[in-house]
Design a protein around this ligand. Sequence first.
Ligand SMILES: [Fe+2]
Length: 383
Amino acid sequence: MRNSTSRRIIETLLEKAAAKEPWRTEHSQIRSATYTDSGHLALEHQKLFQSMPQAIALSADLPANGSALTRECGGVDVLLTRNSDGEANAFLNVCRHRSSRVVTEERSCSSRLTCPYHAWSYDLNGSLVALPDNTSFPEVTVPQEGLRKLPIYEQQGVIWVTPSPSTTPVPGPDLGPFSEDFESFELSAYEHWRSHRFELEMNWKLVIDTFLEPYHFASLHRSTVGPFFISNLCHAQRHGSHIREVLPRKSLLDLSNVDPGLWDVVPHSAVVYVLFPATVLVMQIDHVETWRVIPHPTDPSKSVCDLDFYIPLDSGESSEVHWEKNWQITIDTVINEDFLAMTGVQRGLSSGAFSSVTAGANEPALSMFHDILKEQLMPLEKS
Ligand SMILES: [Fe+2]
């Protein structure tokens, strides 16, 4: 991260750590129904997931010309390609013949995309270029427009897609000052290492909530990562609908003896970005994680989360043991502790015990996320 940004964050964190207190803002209430009400979920699908740009991949997921990647997004199947000029394209992954999925593998690389159903073929720009027995389809001449294009934005190593075909330009994501962070991370120097999908018995927002406060580190994570972090201390900032939360490691305390001109927050923290609405990108010391949450179509108590792990390019096979260890720590902490606890939270919220839950003044990023949701879902309430 840029030194000027790091300095501002580290100065605040060192000051709070010295005073042995959290960085406090306003406490707030979150309505339990936002996690349990199917009408609320329907509104979220409509206003957040079907119409806003979603961060569904990193540039590293399309590493070469000819790379293709499939994703679920906004209730539809999306196909991403990188064409021969190196540009990323997004399409509905739907064959124009009979609406079959054109690409079924998650990751592939080829100059041509051939639907497995009847072998209609498309190039990397989505044009239909060949079909067997063309004579039986006299109205179809090739090449011609084929796949339905989706709006796509590739910015500082992150790929955003709006999952609705549109003839009018849709505004792209605005990360404001966080763009400089991503520029400094040089995400193009990473490669995809491993993915896993988790089927969860919890509302999609609980997956994100669990990343948004370190108040639980000393209790829930006491046997895993808790001892490495400064408990109950974070730095949070929002720009528009997006959030950056810095969770400081104990090593950050040593920076008080280092020239501030050399400070970089990344080696001394986990930097969490909520790329609104539902992608959490965690910049770790030596790797990058993305947690992409997909809400259930109708059941507010279910969701799916895709974890992707990215490592520096050319880190070599000898470091496989290192990445396996990192992966295991991530699973032990987030899946076996956070997600397990959140499954209980979902049951508690659904029980009707309390009509709202509290985000403490020491949980600023959590309040920010729920403020943003309110603004996006009920814009009239603001005025
Ligand atoms: Fe946690």
